[in-house]
Design a protein around this ligand. Structure first.
Ligand SMILES: [Zn+2]
Length: 134
């Protein structure tokens, strides 16, 4: 749980969380799959817009971060269970480690990582933050 996977998004869907749903068995996957890992059905996947909301399934507090993340420690890396079912590993931001627990409601946020000057593609990483009552 020490690493922080990133889900790269092009500018076209930077604020959209898109997964795939298997038309055969109904399972939803994120990141998108071409072949259904559940029923092995091929060519039956359709894109679905995910809500970006979910809850903390399990988490760990990273106090000794990998290179490049030193100024962020301690931070929380969690497996988030999305409303639609898929599990996503991501950093939890905008919170203190003590605020996060199993079952904490979270929502997706996209953080701009870099821009490729050649073709103008902007990359974002997917993170989550606690849902706060207004
Ligand atoms: Zn399937």
């Amino acid at each position: 749980m020490g690493g922080v996977p990133r889900f790269w998004r092009s500018i076209d869907n930077r604020y959209r969380l898109v997964g795939t749903r298997c038309k055969n068995c109904g399972e939803v996957f994120f990141p998108p799959r071409v072949v259904c890992p559940n029923c092995r059905s091929d060519g039956e996947m359709e894109e679905v817009q995910l809500s970006g909301r979910g809850e903390v399934y399990t988490y760990s507090v990273v106090r000794v971060p990998p290179e490049g993340f030193e100024d962020k420690a301690p931070y929380v890396v969690a497996i988030v269970k999305l409303e639609e079912g898929p599990l996503v590993t991501a950093m939890i931001v905008d919170c203190e480690p003590g605020e996060i627990d199993v079952g904490t409601p979270v929502e997706a946020v996209f953080r701009r990582i870099s821009e490729d000057g050649e073709d103008g593609v902007i990359y974002y990483s997917l993170e989550f933050r606690p849902v706060r009552e207004e």
